[in-house]
Design a protein around this ligand. Structure first.
Ligand code: C2O
Ligand code: CU
Length: 485
């Protein structure tokens, strides 16, 4: 089919060079480590506890000299960072001026069900959604709720300090919407964390890592439809350009001091195994759901889509004037690079990583065990053999209890639970990896692996979901509902 398309283009233009460009079809790659690392703007409340953010189309410079149309919260990619404090409820009024409906999920948030970004709980653009061209046309689903123009998402923020993120979560359309830019950070802070001498200010960097592909004109390139279910789409879409905070292979100057990196893998499908070159390693201080009890050293950090790693890197271990490159050992070629730090000068460092960081919640005693199998069934990705249908409940855990959820799979499926945080108990009956430490909300279930997690159902009753965070799998309905009762 591609050959045929190439042939047609060639015939139509009668020009080999243009056809060659069409076949390659991608933008020139920027030289790595030349674009400065952007830091997303911190959102300011319009009144105490109330934020407003508008999802809109914007044209931004991602590849030097080219414009890319993004769908951004406030027109930026990543969206603004929400700085939240434990015990201080926040309302985020999300206005939708995009050509498509949206639903915003606070990933890792302990959120009431009506603000959790359920896939059919939609904010439709004011004046009715247009359908925006063939494949984006909005299919309605049973039980769909429409909020005209805007919705107030209410976040009680009763949870511990943690690196959360927010992104679109609409039924059948999460992957293209996030690819187009609908994602940002939300950082929860609390007194326990304030009391620690961790690096802060300019020495605390939220780093959203994701991959994208670009067409020759600079626009994002994404497979047009999954209706054909071509095999690339089936496995999840990967891009050949690595972005950090929306910039390709950026560079950032640091002082020769400790820095806190809040790493997020926001890719649709690409898994990472991060390493520093030259080596030196990471001191992990937190996981998806907050600070660890004590720091853990790692040489490499595996990160599946949706996962966060809160780490400290001590740049005083490197000579002034040297460079330290963050690489992804799972990829070859350009995609194996992520970003670079330049150790610019010495500076005073009052920070430290204490031996005791926090008192995470105790390990609860489970009341039952349930199994969830993530598997390809024909041309579908299923949970326990079922293609997702909103409202189809697979489990009804009781509020205030904990359960062992046994996750099995036929492929890499990063499994994410809404509301419930969990501890990884075992992989294939053996102790979990050191990088599985701490309370989490997303875990990579590897091919033919059995992963036992201990999940706590705290906070709210109501309908939530678990799903694969490979966003193409999610859109192909690898999701399930559970209800906390
Ligand atoms: Cu980050 Cu239900 O997703
Ligand atoms: Cu999956």
């Amino acid at each position: 089919f591609l050959g045929l398309l190439g042939g047609t283009a060639l015939a139509a233009t009668g020009c080999g060079e243009v056809a060659g460009e069409l076949l390659a079809g991608s933008a020139p790659m920027p030289a790595p480590f030349t674009v400065p690392l952007p830091i997303p703007r911190v959102a300011r409340p319009v009144s105490p506890g109330l934020y407003e953010v508008t999802q809109r189309v914007a044209r931004v410079e991602i590849l030097p000299g080219l414009r890319t149309e993004v769908w951004g919260y406030d027109g930026t990619f990543p969206g603004p960072t929400f700085e939240l404090r434990r015990g201080e409820p926040a309302t985020i009024r999300v206005r939708n001026e995009l050509p498509v409906p949206t639903s915003t999920h606070l990933h890792g948030g302990v959120t009431p069900p009506d603000s959790d970004g359920y896939p059919t709980d939609l904010v439709v653009p004011a004046g009715g959604h247009s359908g925006h061209g063939g494949h984006a046309a909005h299919m309605t689903h049973p039980g769909e709720v429409h909020h005209e123009g805007a919705k107030d998402y209410r976040y009680p923020v009763g949870q511990r300090a943690a690196t959360l993120w927010y992104h679109d979560h609409r039924m059948d359309y999460t992957a293209p919407a996030v690819w187009q830019g609908l994602a940002g950070f939300a950082l929860v802070r609390d007194e326990e964390e304030d009391a620690l001498p961790l690096p802060g200010g300019e020495r605390e960097l939220p780093l959203m890592i994701c991959d994208r592909s670009f067409a020759a004109d600079g626009s994002f390139r994404y497979p047009r439809t999954h209706e054909g279910h071509d095999s690339d789409y089936m496995e999840g879409v990967e891009g050949d350009v690595i972005l950090v905070n929306g910039a390709p292979w950026p560079v950032h100057e640091v002082t020769a001091t400790r820095h806190r990196l809040r790493l997020l893998n926001a890719s649709n499908a690409r898994r990472l195994r991060l390493r520093l070159a030259p080596g030196g390693g990471f001191t992990q201080i937190g996981s998806d759901s907050g600070l660890l009890a004590a720091p853990v050293r790692h040489d490499t950090l595996p990160m599946a889509p949706g996962e966060r790693q809160d780490v400290v890197v001590d740049f005083s271990a490197y000579p002034v004037g040297s460079t330290v490159t963050l690489v992804n050992t799972l990829a070859d070629g350009p995609a194996g690079n992520v970003m670079r730090f330049v150790v610019a000068r010495r500076a005073k460092d009052d920070s430290a990583v204490p031996k005791t960081l926090s008192r995470p919640p105790e390990r609860p005693v489970p009341v039952t065990t349930r199994s969830f199998d993530f598997r390809r069934t024909g041309q579908s990705w299923t949970v326990n053999g079922r293609v997702y249908r909103p409202g189809d409940l697979l489990a009804r855990p009781r509020l205030g209890t904990a359960e062992v959820w046994r996750l099995t799979s036929d492929f890499h499926h990063p499994v994410h639970l809404h509301l419930a945080h969990f501890l990884v108990l075992a992989r294939n009956g053996r102790p979990p990896a050191a990088t599985d430490a701490g309370w989490k909300d997303t875990v990579d279930v590897r091919p033919y692996e059995v992963v036992d997690v201990l999940a706590r159902f705290e906070g709210y009753r109501g309908r939530y979901m678990l799903h694969c965070h490979n966003l193409e799998h999610e859109d192909m309905a690898m999701m399930a509902d559970f209800e906390v009762v």
